[in-house]
Design a protein around this ligand. Structure first.
Ligand code: NAD
Length: 683
């Protein structure tokens, strides 16, 4: 099918854009639009033009299939197409439905008139890829909605409904807002407008408008972006300010220069990598478009602790009925009151309307009997991390669940196959490893067991998507992807203490590099007792890879972390303070090991921690536990506070290059005491 079809309604030429899925402005489409505009200009019987993209999208912007390819910027590029629209001597009307984002909105802004469906999504999200709108968006958008609104939306890449912008006083963005959706209502309104204004001159061009400076909005936007460790938001602010302070052509030139600068920035490369990682993660070998999948329409969650509650909330918020099973009366009462508080807080914080909260709340029931889950399509176990207990729960779930139901575990460390094998349906068993808080965190590791069927996997991936999660498929290895790597990272952090660092030195170094939270603050928040119990269990099972005497001693003192008022730090509420008791503990430990402290610089700390993640990631790839390096990056960015603008641990390893990484591995192996083997190359 052609990318651009034309039709006529009297003197109005209609250009129908069709480049699924979202009318990305590919080279071929830009060329076709350019020709069509030239043709309209030359045809004496065409008096006006309407561009429209159908009900789903006016245009989502650049065609992501061309990202990084020469066609993306080849002529006619988007700025030239917008300039061509400016030069038209006949009016051009954009008919916007679905969405007009990025370059798609810039195209619409260069048209003379815009008719929009009230619920259409509007925005310039380029900053999320480390860029700024480079086809006039920073100049025309403020001229349409005012400086304050442009400075609120563009530097944050925020999307809004058209009706919100249409309600702004004195806005010039939309000429007509259509309440109905579908049935060609927007197109009909656009054609009617085109017929009405076809003889009207001069043509209204946003470039000819002026926009007033707004000292307060500018100061606020500068303050919000100046301290950030990545350049795009500030570049957006500066470009948008140009709309008020510079003539249009100069503003466009400044925008172009800003865009070129960002295009080659490492942060933009990292952000684009994560953007593609998110798209790649959904492609799983064995799961094809025609793989049958069961639609999950009701969920049962077993265990109403921290995770069970969060998982149930995630389901209810997505509109799925969910039953939460908790046999312990006290735990059940606690869960009910915590869930109540959650809904109240959601309404108080303005995240949910009272109506929506009420609807979601009614989707949730709490019961004491597992037998009540007999009709659930998916049962998710979230009881204590204990193999015997979980196996017992799986036997029971298998006995009561309908034959086609899927059974899942939220285990962080246990062997999924050992759970599957106690059931009569191992092909319908898999891991759904949520991250805490489960109602908020976007990441879901989906663990494929030895017997998990493609249908079960496909159904679980569709379920993840349904509740708004980004799924990454992992093999059944201890700790799957995320926790297995984090184990090596925490181990490295402990080695750094052995060698002479303090917890705060380690945390500060990696936080200054960009991680949201250093390793010691992170485990203090998660609770040191959790990993302590895992170590004890592993020791019992003969599976402990390496003893961690210093971390054990911390726990023996009851220093479980933030919740206990002390861990690797002393706590006053959430504020972490260096602890004298911990300093003494570390000193005694070093003395016992007979190891003198050496000075370890921030650079070595960062390199050790990042390489620990990357090297274990390489092992996971070699073992087939992770499907691709970008999946690992996604796990770290979405689940562990790894900065999106740094791309993830595997991206970082690749950025440094093989030679540099090999040299560091050699250097670390030489100073390592008993972990030299870890730094050896992966075969
Ligand atoms: P939790 O201690 O808060 O909750 C466990 C709940 O299970 C308790 O309410 C308990 O009463 C209930 N329970 C015990 N036996 C039961 C049974 N037979 N039937 C029904 N309910 C039963 O634990 P949690 O932190 O929610 O962890 C649950 C699981 O999730 C564990 O496997 C854990 O490893 C995993 N996980 C935890 C986190 C986290 O950050 N807390 C993150 C990911 C995964």
């Amino acid at each position: 099918m052609s990318l651009l079809q034309t039709s006529r309604q009297g003197s109005v030429l209609l250009l129908h854009v069709s480049n699924p899925p979202v009318n990305g402005l590919s080279f071929a489409l830009r060329t076709a639009l350019m020709h069509a505009l030239d043709g309209a200009e030359a045809a004496p019987d065409v008096l006006a033009v309407v561009i429209h993209g159908g009900a789903k999208a006016f245009s989502g912007g650049a065609d992501i299939r061309e990202f990084g390819q020469p066609q993306a910027l080849a002529q006619p590029n988007l700025p030239s197409l917008c300039a061509r629209l400016d030069e038209m001597s006949k009016p051009v009307v954009a008919a916007i439905e679905g969405l007009a984002l990025g370059g798609g909105l810039e195209l619409a802004l260069a048209c003379h008139y815009r008719v929009v469906q009230a619920k259409a999504q509007i925005g310039l999200p380029e900053v999320n890829l480390g860029l700024l709108p480079g086809a006039g968006g920073t100049q025309r958008f403020p001229r349409a909605v005012g400086l304050a609104t442009a400075l609120k939306l563009i530097p944050q890449g925020r999307l809004v409904r058209a009706q919100e912008l249409a309600a702004l006083p004195a806005q010039r963005l939309f000429d007509d807002v259509v309440a109905e959706a579908g049935d060609g209502a927007v197109l009909a309104a656009a054609v009617a407008l085109a017929q009405r204004i076809q003889a009207l001159r001069p043509l209204p061009r946003l470039r000819d408008q002026t926009v007033a400076p707004d000292a307060e909005a500018e100061a606020q936007a500068l303050a919000a972006s100046e301290g950030l460790p990545y350049p795009a938001p500030l570049a957006c602010v500066q470009a948008v300010r140009g709309a008020a302070s510079l003539p249009f052509e100069d503003g466009i030139r400044a925008e172009r220069a800003g865009f070129e600068g960002l295009l080659h920035s490492p942060e933009s490369a990292a952000l684009r990598h994560v953007f593609f990682a998110e798209r790649a993660a959904g492609k799983v070998p064995g799961v094809e478009a025609d793989t049958p999948r069961a639609r999950i329409q009701s969920v049962g969650v077993v265990g109403a602790g921290t995770m069970g509650q969060g998982i149930a909330l995630a389901c209810a918020q997505a509109g799925l009925p969910v039953q939460l099973v908790e046999p312990d009366a006290a735990a059940r009462a606690r869960a009910l009151s915590q869930l109540d508080r959650h809904w109240v807080a959601q309404v108080e914080k303005g995240r949910l309307s009272a109506d929506k909260a009420q609807t979601a709340r009614q989707l949730m029931t709490v019961t004491e009997r597992l037998g009540d889950l007999a009709q659930a399509d998916l049962l998710i176990e979230a009881v204590y991390e204990d193999m015997a207990l979980k196996q017992a729960v799986f036997r029971e779930m298998d006995a009561i669940a309908k034959p086609e139901a899927l059974l899942a575990s939220n285990t962080s460390t246990l062997d999924m196959d050992a759970l599957a094998q106690v059931t009569q349906r191992p092909d319908q068993v898999l891991g759904l490893h949520f991250f805490s808080p489960a109602a908020v965190m976007k990441l879901l590791e989906v663990v494929r067991g030895a017997a998990t069927s493609p249908t079960a996997l496909a159904s679980a991936l569709a379920f993840g998507k349904q509740i708004g999660k980004t799924c990454v498929v992992a093999g059944n290895a201890d700790g799957f992807i995320g926790n297995r790597m984090v184990d090596r990272y925490l181990e490295q952090a402990l080695f750094l203490l052995d060698e002479g660092c303090t917890p705060q030195q380690v945390d500060q170094a990696i936080e200054a590099w960009g991680l949201a939270m250093g390793p010691f603050r992170m485990i203090d928040m998660a609770g040191n007792d959790v990993s302590w119990r895992v170590r004890q269990q592993r020791a019992k099972d003969g599976k402990l890879r390496r003893a961690q005497p210093l971390a054990d001693r911390l726990c023996e003192l009851g220093r479980f972390g933030q919740k206990a008022g002390g861990g690797w730090y002393d706590y006053d509420g959430r504020e972490a303070r260096p602890s004298k008791a911990v300093a003494a503990l570390i000193a005694a430990h070093r003395e016992q090991m007979g190891r003198p402290a050496r000075t370890v610089g921030a650079e070595e700390i960062v390199d050790r921690l990042l390489l620990a993640l990357g090297i274990e990631g390489e092992r996971l790839l070699a073992e087939g536990v992770a499907l691709r390096a970008s999946d690992i990056d996604l796990v770290y960015v979405l689940g562990y506070g790894f900065p999106r603008w740094k791309g993830g641990p595997m991206f970082e390893l690749a950025r440094r290059g093989e030679g540099a990484v090999a040299a560091l591995r050699g250097a670390f192996a030489a100073v390592a005491h008993d972990d030299a083997a870890f730094w050896a190359p992966v075969h």
